[in-house]
Ligand binder design. Structure first.
Ligand SMILES: Nc1nc2c(c(=O)[nH]1)N[C@H]1C(S)=C(S)[C@@H](COP(=O)(O)OP(=O)(O)OC[C@H]3O[C@@H](n4cnc5c(=O)[nH]c(N)nc54)[C@H](O)[C@@H]3O)O[C@H]1N2
Ligand SMILES: Nc1nc2c(c(=O)[nH]1)N[C@H]1C(S)=C(S)[C@@H](COP(=O)(O)OP(=O)(O)OC[C@H]3O[C@@H](n4cnc5c(=O)[nH]c(N)nc54)[C@H](O)[C@@H]3O)O[C@H]1N2
Ligand SMILES: [Mo]
Length: 777
């Protein structure tokens, strides 16, 4: 290790860095393929978008708490820390926070939304979401939480119902090593874009997917990449690229399943021993139950992949050791439950699941720590306290929660009721990046009495808050870096002096806790350093029990990365395969449920089905909005974070996001490279820079998520994000009443060359404009 370079971690990689007014960053030397996102870090420390003092919205200050549709348009008053903390504490106390909470009965936290979804930054202690949860438990006795994630909700719910706890055990196989060594055919629904494997929540010390794929290719493994975008899979030999209409994978899979069934290729022995309900499903495949055989020709008419090719891949899969990988992307869409369930069923029909390198995986092509073995020791984790409120929403129902208090909805086969929310507290997330239909989210954010947000930069979410507390960034504080399935504990010593005026989330909450009389609960009398020493103990002790000699906390923090042992006990699914009776899945039948009685009893189809809807190219709505927008993950950044960094900005033109489209679509629109396009539907619109590219299927247009939301009322066009944030047009409808997941991946839109005046992109430090601050009266 170079002497002045010290280790640190971000979600997209371990690195070494030093700071002398500028930050120098080099990737971790054991990382075979470091991510380009590391380049963004140098812009982080003293960026003009950083917040350096608390801000309070003028309307809230003058009129007091309450619903207010000026959120997003109002002025802000700068405030000293003590004054701002006093003000916030007074409001929290008004809403019921304090030391004397009722022992039983209704708690004030029942009116507080503290789900606070978001990736914040790496580091086990200063994890903003854990901090806010701990604080709300201490101050309000709990809060209305969220379940599932924007990453995986439809898929997580359906797999929980039909695959049991396999996902939760984070013990999916096959691991990358098995793919490298054994897999003969990898069928990747959603492709396997290496750009996505840059990131894992908590950190990613070694990017091993690329080398593993190439090792498999050298061994002669074949690949089928199924994605409307051809460059979603590495340029390797033996890759067949199928580009179905987006959102139609379940039809394609059913066409494959029909061939397996019809030609007697389905593995009856596997189906009999490990699954339940195949006969009912087979009646659907053959058309016995609904009159429509799901032949490859039927599938081809929906997904637009040639019938013969569908049949050929099904047959090939039976001759090879085949692995079916389904990415998160497929389920972030209407009825996203179905392709995930059907992917599992397809793997079960192939029957090779017990073989090394074969079977089924979910999110192998989506996130960096899938396909890595779990650790043999526990990781440091901040205790969040007890949430005695016990209420929650499916994460992507945030607008609905705020707009429809006490309204009913369905989730995971139950009917539930929304809470009546008066306070929203958010730290470490950016809903005005991540949520769908941002105009509707603005209406929702007008409803609560008070919104408090911590962030280090002036995002569009802070722009809709009443009280904004400026947070430090991970480079400015000590922490412990670690992530599930990642074999290193990374010291994250402070590298950069904290920005004047910014504070750690922990210190902000601790100061509020003192004012509310709940400091005993929140801090337990400990400093950040005390906590970290304590959290580290858990891992250190486990290492010691195994006979290792881990360093003391102080030596760890001052020293180098610490290798962690991986677990070699058999995976959950391997245990099940070895002994289905003795180690059943936690489904009602103890098996993989191809037919689920409880799903059928709740009024849904009891097995995977193709369901028509209004957000795909074959729907009637496509006549009005003939392009399918794919709003996927950005190569040069993580979501909206450090969007001002080098790798992120390099992919924009004049600060505006780029929209890729097929060259023939471009010529039909009269668009050439560099033209400004307007992409819109009835929910709103955004501007983006045209980039014709043969990597796209026709009638598919693609833009990465993450541009900072900058809505402008464009003459003749209405509310338009001039920076290119796609969530102004995406739909806020849940995946379905089963999973209620985010469906923001796929949206029907119209596209035109924008002939009006083109407003410049709004730069990051102007999202929460400096000119509206400093208005202290
Ligand atoms: N249309 C569409 N929308 C999508 C998706 C899609 O595919 N299509 N993908 C979805 C997915 S999978 C996800 S996970 C979400 C991601 O959505 P988010 O997780 O909300 O996105 P981030 O940009 O990571 O937001 C993290 C925020 O935390 C702040 N932050 C970082 N460190 C700290 C800290 O220490 N303290 C505090 N207080 N703040 C900090 C950052 O500045 C940033 O504003 O987006 C979702 N949205
Ligand atoms: N560089 C980078 N990596 C990231 C992130 C990031 O922000 N930046 N975010 C991380 C997070 S939080 C998550 S949850 C994961 C998300 O992982 P995913 O959700 O899997 O990733 P996406 O990039 O949204 O989509 C992957 C590809 O799926 C294809 N696709 C879209 N719709 C369909 C469809 O209907 N059928 C088929 N067959 N293919 C389709 C698209 O062409 C798209 O490029 O990525 C993680 N990785
Ligand atoms: Mo995600």
């Amino acid at each position: 290790m170079t002497k002045d370079l010290r280790p640190h971690s971000a979600h997209w990689g371990t690195f070494r860095a030093c700071y002398d007014g500028t930050l120098k960053v080099t990737p971790f030397e054991l990382d075979p393929e470091p991510s380009e996102i590391l380049e963004n870090l140098t812009a982080a420390p003293r960026n003009p978008a950083r917040l350096d003092r608390p801000l309070v919205r003028r309307g809230w200050l003058e009129n007091g708490p309450g619903p207010d549709d000026r959120r997003g348009r109002d002025d802000y008053v700068e405030m000293g820390w003590d004054e701002a903390l006093d003000l916030a504490a007074r409001e929290l106390r008004r809403l019921g926070a304090g030391p004397d909470l009722p022992k039983s009965g209704p708690l004030p936290g029942a009116h507080v939304f503290g789900g606070s979804y978001g990736w914040s930054s790496a580091g086990r202690f200063h994890h903003a979401q854990s901090q806010v949860h701990r604080f709300l438990n201490s101050a309000f006795g709990g809060y209305v939480a969220h379940v599932d994630t924007y990453s995986s909700a439809a898929g997580a719910v359906i797999l929980d119902l039909v695959w049991g706890n396999t996902l939760k055990m984070s013990r999916q196989t096959p691991f990358w090593q098995e793919i490298a060594e054994e897999t003969e055919l990898l069928v990747a629904f959603g492709g396997l874009p290496l750009r996505n494997l840059a990131a894992s929540p908590g950190g990613n010390s070694q990017h091993i997917a690329g080398p593993s794929l190439r090792q498999a290719a050298d061994r002669g493994c074949e690949f089928v990449s199924i994605s409307p975008i051809f460059d979603d899979f590495e340029a390797l030999p033996q890759v067949t690229r199928l580009a179905p209409r987006p959102g139609t994978d379940v039809a394609l899979m059913l066409g494959m399943a029909y061939v397996l069934h019809d030609e007697g290729l389905a593995d009856r022995a596997y189906l009999d021993r490990y699954t339940t309900g195949y006969a009912t499903f087979a009646d659907y495949l053959t058309g016995a139950s609904d009159g429509q055989p799901k032949t490859p020709a039927w599938a081809a008419a929906i997904c637009d992949v040639p019938a013969e090719q569908i049949a050929e891949i099904a047959r090939l899969a039976t001759r090879k050791r085949t692995h079916i990988a389904v990415s998160y992307a497929l389920q972030r869409a209407r009825h996203g439950e179905q392709p995930v369930w059907m992917g599992l069923v397809l793997a079960a029909m192939l029957g090779q699941y017990p073989l090394r390198g074969a079977g089924f995986s979910y999110s192998l092509g989506s996130i960096g720590n899938t396909g890595k073995p779990p650790l043999a020791v526990p990781l440091p984790t901040l205790p969040q306290g007890t949430n005695r409120v016990g209420d929650y929403i499916p994460v992507a129902r945030i607008s609905e929660l705020l707009l429809n208090p006490k309204g009913t909805y369905q989730y995971k086969l139950e009917t539930r009721r929304y809470a009546d929310i008066r306070l929203v507290y958010w730290a470490g997330g950016n809903p005005f990046h991540h949520h769908q239909d941002l105009s509707r989210l603005r209406q929702a954010f007008a409803r609560p009495d008070t919104i408090i947000v911590h962030d280090s930069v002036g995002t569009a979410t802070t722009r809709h808050a009443d009280i904004i507390f400026p947070a430090t960034i991970s480079l400015e504080r000590d922490d412990i870096g670690a992530a599930g399935n990642d074999p290193f504990l990374v010291p994250m010593p402070q590298l950069v002096p904290p920005l004047d005026g910014a504070r750690d989330d922990y210190d902000i909450f601790a100061a509020l806790a003192v004012r509310l009389g709940v400091a005993d609960h929140y801090t337990e009398g400990r400093s950040s350093a005390d906590w970290q020493r304590d959290l580290y103990e858990r891992t250190r002790e486990a290492l010691e029990t195994r006979g290792d000699t881990p360093p003391s906390f102080d030596n760890f923090l001052a020293g180098d990365v610490l290798p962690l042992p991986v677990s070699d006990s058999p995976s959950r699914i391997a245990q099940f395969h070895a002994d289905p009776e003795g180690a059943p899945l936690d489904t009602p039948s103890g098996r993989i449920e191809i037919f689920s009685q409880r799903i059928a009893d709740a009024g849904f189809a009891g097995h995977p089905v193709w369901i028509d809807h209004d957000e795909w190219l074959g729907s009637d709505r496509a006549k009005a909005h003939p392009f399918q927008l794919v709003a996927n993950q950005p190569r040069g950044r993580l979501h909206s974070q450090l969007d001002f960094g080098k790798a992120s900005m390099a992919r924009k033109v004049d600060g505006r996001e780029v929209l890729r489209l097929h060259p023939e679509d471009a010529s039909a629109l009269g668009a050439k490279a560099g033209d400004i396009l307007r992409v819109w539907n009835e929910r709103g619109g955004f501007l983006a820079v045209a980039q014709p590219d043969t990597a796209l299927r026709r009638h598919v247009v693609q833009i990465p998520t993450g541009a900072w939301y900058a809505p402008v009322d464009l003459p003749g066009a209405g509310l338009t994000c001039v920076n290119g944030n796609p969530n102004i047009v995406t739909s806020d409808a849940g995946s379905s009443a089963i999973g209620q997941g985010c469906a923001g991946q796929l949206t029907l839109v119209s596209v035109e060359v924008w002939a009006g005046d083109v407003p410049p992109a709004v730069s990051h430090h102007e999202i929460l404009p400096k000119s509206i601050r400093n208005l202290q009266t």
